[in-house]
Design a protein around this ligand. Structure first.
Ligand code: NAP
Length: 304
């Protein structure tokens, strides 16, 4: 029996763990993949107040150390259900383990959105990647493409432009969602070409990626671009289906809860990118973690 079971050890989950431990209660995080979540793959973080510049890896490492040195624990398990039993919660994991707690915080973040086109899954790991920081080095001196128009796509393109021969940014509009500074940096690179108002129509290659065929949305024109790598950076999607018994989901699958991080089930809270919200940033994930943790501790105290 732990006080607060936290599902997810990304920035929201680990921030929650820090606040739970500092409140004198025990926190255990269940992590399905990697501590730090998606931020691990970000090469540069320059917008977290108080830290001028760091990498996603360093940031995650710091969070992990801070939480565990305070006594929090991380178990590498994927939670698949939350059941309320009288005053406690029983959380089952994919491997068949069972955890019981007095309160639960869901901090599952979001996973990479896929294009959903032919050969995307088959060629993942054979030219197709969702993480330029992890896989970019395999494409030194080669031509690659990045798909997307957000901060991730711009940062990926900038990162890849340092050692790839040519980087195409394929984006479905002619305006970018990413920060203007990053866009300017990308535009100043001679080896980056913007392919705008375009979507990927086809992926070519049998055992490895050979080319992408893009369709211009205005003219309908098709263009085949030979590339060895395609980095898909078209945003994230939540993965909360397993928890809909205890938490309402909005149309897009995010957990419907306000800034108080409370779900429809007393004792179950939500924090970070998996919650319905308009700004998904490290700062808002950390903020949710603190709010959810303190609410969970107050809930436990109210039960005594
Ligand atoms: P995002 O901001 O949601 O951008 C996703 C991009 O992919 C958009 O340009 C979108 O096009 C495009 N897109 C979505 N679905 C598509 C589809 N099916 N086909 C083609 N294109 C599609 O995602 P993100 O860039 O991963 O960023 C996620 C969050 O993390 C954001 O809040 C971002 O600011 C933050 N972030 C921050 C940093 C940093 O501060 N250092 C770094 C990375 C990410 P439209 O624009 O047309 O919708």
């Amino acid at each position: 029996m732990v006080d607060v079971l936290i599902i997810g050890a990304g920035p929201a989950g680990l921030s929650a763990a820090i606040y739970v431990q500092r409140s004198g209660k025990k926190a255990v995080c269940l992590e399905a993949l990697v501590v730090g979540g998606q931020i691990v793959n970000t090469p540069d973080i320059a917008n977290y107040p108080g830290i001028k510049k760091t990498s996603g890896f360093e940031f995650s490492k710091g969070l992990y150390e801070q939480a565990t040195e305070l006594g929090a624990e991380v178990e590498y398990e994927k939670a698949v259900s939350i059941k309320k039993e009288e005053d406690d919660f029983r959380v089952l994991t994919e491997s068949g383990k069972e955890f019981t707690s007095k309160a639960v915080i869901i901090a599952t973040g979001a996973k990479n959105r896929h294009l959903g086109i032919d050969k995307e899954e088959a060629l993942t790991g054979h030219g197709i990647s969702y993480c330029a920081t992890c896989d970019g080095a395999f494409y030194k001196k080669k031509d690659v493409a990045v798909n997307g128009g957000g901060n991730t796509a711009l940062e990926d393109a900038l990162f890849l432009s340092n050692y790839c021969n040519k980087v195409y940014i394929i984006h479905r509009r002619d305006e970018f969602r990413g920060e203007p500074d990053s866009l300017e940096a990308v535009k100043s690179k001679e080896n980056v070409e913007l392919v705008l108002n375009s979507t990927i129509d086809e992926i070519k290659g049998d055992t490895a990626l050979e080319a992408v065929v893009v369709k211009n949305k205005e003219t309908g024109e098709l263009r085949e671009i030979p590339v060895a790598g395609l980095f898909i950076a078209i945003g994230q999607e939540p993965d909360n289906k397993d928890f809909e018994d205890v938490a309402l989901l909005d149309k897009a699958g995010y957990i419907d809860a306000g800034e108080d991080c409370k779900t429809k089930t007393p004792g179950v809270f939500v924090a970070g990118d998996c919650r319905t919200k308009s700004v998904r940033q490290l700062t808002t994930a950390a903020s949710d973690g603190a709010v959810a943790a303190l609410a969970a501790c107050a809930y436990i105290s109210s039960k005594k």
